[in-house]
Design a protein around this ligand. Structure first.
Ligand SMILES: [Zn+2]
Length: 156
């Protein structure tokens, strides 16, 4: 890391300690050129694998997209947002632990379905019926946007 004072490209770390949240490291640095000291905070960030779509294109993992699909499948099911958040977190945790570099959008769809079946059967059927039609999570969301409300299609 370069010096904030004189711009020298290299600074020395003289002290490192984790902050209470366990995800941030506070570092004291010293510049050998101008002798200024300063502090940096470095945050760990979990790297999600790349998502390979059905057509072979790759894109970054997109939490919003999954959230969008799940909230729509859970419509009127009285599932608190905090539950849905936890639900997505558990999927992300599984992805991070089991896939290093990439996974397919189908694999994400499968993971969502398996877990949704346990969370709420109606949301599961909604998600699954669209998912199988479009065979892809993008298609699922597109399908929801362009079709009549799910409640009219499924007599549940
Ligand atoms: Zn300096």
């Amino acid at each position: 890391m370069h010096c904030l004072n004189c711009g020298t490209p290299d600074t020395k770390v003289i002290d490192s300690r984790p902050i209470t949240d366990g995800l941030t490291i506070r570092r004291r640095r010293k510049c050998d050129a101008c002798l200024k000291r300063f502090t940096t905070y470095e945050k760990f960030e979990i790297q999600m694998p790349v998502v390979v779509k059905n057509d072979g294109r790759r894109e970054g993992y997109n939490r919003e997209k999954i959230l969008d699909g799940i909230t729509k499948a859970c419509q009127k099911r009285q599932i608190p947002m905090s539950e849905i958040d936890k639900f997505i977190e558990s999927i992300e945790k599984y992805i991070v632990e089991n896939f290093d570099v990439e996974l397919s959008s189908n694999q994400i769809g499968e993971l969502v379905m398996q877990r949704l079946a346990l969370l709420d059967p109606v949301a599961y059927v909604r998600f699954a019926s669209f998912y199988w039609n479009y065979n892809d999570i993008d298609g699922f969301i597109q399908g929801l946007k362009h079709n009549v409300p799910l409640t009219d299609q499924l007599s549940l």
